[in-house]
Design a protein around this ligand. Structure first.
Ligand SMILES: Cc1ncc(COP(=O)(O)O)c(C=O)c1O
Length: 381
């Protein structure tokens, strides 16, 4: 099997992840922070060690590194607790539904005004100047922007955007960049950064990360037990407890900690170069076929290991099924939970075929996809 669906989730996981999950379940499976017996202490240590690893990898303060069920959860937490009736929020035309759906809900239920920066670039990629113009003369409560498109892999200049719109706080959806591009949160100048644990970070599903800047606070989206300040019926204010109600996903967090340790040792810059290099090889191979169109791809622009394409006259879903059935190649067809971005790219409603390259893919994997696409695009069957 050739796995090329890293935009959706990573596989295989980083070396050491499966072992860390099993170790937690077998030897550390108390309830972290709840009580003082040995299994609880082991669980707490494991979760806190994992938090340290995540924070170290991403250049963040461990106390302001929050671990929860996923990127979607943390994006909802930030958007729903920071945006109040009548507020204005600015975003890009390339957002995933993890941003667009909470924003549309806020628009309908709280009258939040959404301004979408169309981006002067033909593929909807906004510049820092586009954002500056969008906030000029208008009171804006928040900017929320993806760090890289989950459809085209194009990377947005989030640090420049943050400088251009300051003092408006910028929240970055880093679901497609954590682990795939070097991230130093402390130097990014953004208010918050959210990412999934199971994509580029190569951990198990069910864990996501919120990094909070020093001056940027959010309220909890859910409230409940934390194991701390149990005498109180209100959430504690200190972090991380104040935003982490309920029993955490200990095995998932332990797995994520092991994945981040591996990424630190491997070096994310090396991973990024590897993934980009293979994506470019794929782009160069596919470009040779007259019926194939690369979508939003530019060889010289910053990008991750994601590449979207379409084949004239072919049904994306059917092609993906045939790639799996006939060539054992796993990739994803359709809208990739980002209909707004496909509208902007002109690929709505059919979407694209999306290859997502990961750290363990090889040139042979990419060449196998090129060979399979050659067959489809020449034979038209
Ligand atoms: C850009 C982007 N944002 C947010 C998400 C949501 O991540 P999760 O499903 O891990 O919560 C995804 C997942 O596909 C994504 O690609």
């Amino acid at each position: 099997m050739i796995y090329l669906d890293h935009g959706a989730t990573s596989w295989p996981k980083a070396p050491g992840v499966v072992e860390a999950v099993a170790h937690f379940l077998e030897h550390e499976s108390g309830n972290p922070g709840r009580g003082g017996h040995r299994l609880t202490v082991a669980a707490s240590r494991s979760v806190e060690a994992a938090r340290e690893n995540v924070a170290f990898l991403l250049g963040a303060d461990p106390e302001r590194t929050l671990l929860g069920p996923g990127a979607t959860f943390w994006l909802n937490t930030v958007l729903l607790t920071r945006l109040n009736p009548g507020d204005r929020v600015v975003t890009s035309a390339l957002e995933h539904n993890a941003v667009m759906r909470p924003l549309r809900w806020l628009e309908q239920s709280r009258g939040v005004e959404i301004a979408i920066v169309p981006g002067e670039d033909p593929d909807g990629l906004p510049s820092a100047g586009d954002f500056r113009r969008e906030i000029a003369g208008k009171r804006t409560a928040l900017v929320v922007v993806t760090h890289a498109s989950n459809i085209t892999g194009a990377v947005l200049p989030v640090a420049e955007i943050a400088r251009a719109v300051a003092p408006v706080p910028v929240v970055v959806d880093g679901a497609q960049t954590a682990g795939s591009l070097p991230i130093d949160f402390s130097g990014l100048g953004v208010a918050a950064y959210v990412c999934s644990g199971h994509k580029g970070l190569l951990g198990p599903p069910g864990v996501g990360v919120l990094l909070l800047g020093e001056d940027f606070d959010v309220d909890p989206l859910v409230r409940g037990g934390t194991g701390s300040r149990s005498e109180s019926e209100e959430m504690p204010e200190h972090l991380p407890d104040g935003l982490e109600a309920g029993t955490p996903n200990g095995p998932g967090i332990a797995g994520l900690g092991a994945a981040c340790r591996w990424l630190v040792e491997r070096g994310v810059a090396g991973v990024a170069e590897h993934e980009r290099g293979l994506a470019r090889r794929l782009a160069d191979g596919l470009r040779e076929f007259s019926r194939v169109s690369l979508r939003g791809w530019h060889n010289d622009a910053p990008h991750t290991g994601i590449l979207s394409f379409t084949i004239d006259g072919a049904d994306n879903g059917e092609l993906a099924a045939r790639l799996d059935r006939e060539h054992q190649i796993c990739l994803r067809a359709g809208l990739h939970c980002a209909p707004a971005a496909h509208r902007r790219l002109g690929t709505f409603p059919d979407g694209t075929l999306r290859a997502g390259i990961g750290p363990f893919n090889t040139e042979a994997d990419v060449d196998a996809l090129i060979t399979a696409v050659r067959k489809f695009s020449i034979l038209n069957s």
